[in-house]
Design a protein around this ligand. Sequence first.
Ligand code: ASP
Ligand code: MG
Length: 411
Amino acid sequence: MPRLVMKFGGTSVANLDRIRRVAKRVGVEVAKGYEVIVVVSAMSGKTNELVGWVNETSPLFDAREYDAVVSSGENVTAGLLALILQENGVDARSWQGWQVPVKTSSAHSTARILDIPTANFDAKFAEGMKVAVVAGFQGVSAEGRITTLGRGGSDTTAVAFAAAHQAERCDIYTDVDGVYTTDPRITSKARKLDRIAFEEMLELASLGAKVLQTRSVELAMRYKVRLRVLSSFEDMGDDAGTLVCAEEDIMESNVVAGVAFVRDEAKMTLISVADRPGVSAAIFGPLAEAGVNVDMIVQNIAEDGRTDMTFSLPVDQVARAEKAVREAMAREEINFHDLIADTDVSKVSVVGIGMRSHAGVAARMFGALSAEGINIKVITTSEIKISVLIDRKYMELAVQALHDVFGLEKA
Ligand code: ASP
Ligand code: MG
């Protein structure tokens, strides 16, 4: 029988009434003849509460115990959903990560899934089990300790089960009805996409669109898992939501699929750095060691053997970054005349696989921004994405202008 993975996020299982609604939705798929694997998150707010308790108890916590505590929210929802399914006459049981087992690395709080054996479920389905309810976000290390996969990790649990079981599809039920061309809170013209390519979703997810955990999209792309994002609050037909799929499964699409943004970015410039081999390594090595997530990097043309180096980073890492480069200067590994930090910038990006075959996307983007009088501070491009750094006060305006110029309100 075909297998289907259904994943329900925190708001979809926030209380017993909602879990009952989830059980009904699962029942519909069982009635269609699927063997269903349901992956659940903790009730919304629960994981934050658990993280808070750990921090309050022990600021320098043992990461293994952190995982033991924060993974527990999912155990509750998995058990409750299995109980309600049983009440409804559906043969169901819950599974914690270690029982499957979901084998992961030992990187506590950011573990990676290594393997999900399927024999266990195969046997139970063969005996008549209809639904396996899996606690998302958790696994077990080779040392036998409970691990978690990083915040938002139950998306990744769901995709990994879909890949391991070669499920027909992986449906991600959430509180929005799909993936939008941009955040509808920024422009009412934002439109739900029927389909989006893995590559585009990956860029959008890592550029700030928070619908799916980035790693879940990476995994779906690697194993060609058809992912559908849809709302658990609306009654839906078979083609509701947004299908995240291979490029070949999209007939015709806009050149630009969506506009993404990261509101709180910062820009740092080292003025007059010696331009010699090894200087970039000498700057970005210490930044990486300090845990600074550098994103865009621009090096000016050198004059008189000196150059300016500009890079972007999250706003809350500016102090750490400044300390790292000043210490590198004190160790005489680098030398610069001045350091300027601009903490009032945002990153706005347009993403689309159509860019590969269409020239002029950058020109249209820059034209639209200039028509609004928005100054571009830094630009980076990749094959399917163009990102700019601009003053934060223009972020909404920029997103709206780009959404308009690329005609994203129309399919
Ligand atoms: N409950 C976990 C979190 O809040 C995992 C998830 O919901 O995906 O991050
Ligand atoms: Mg989530």
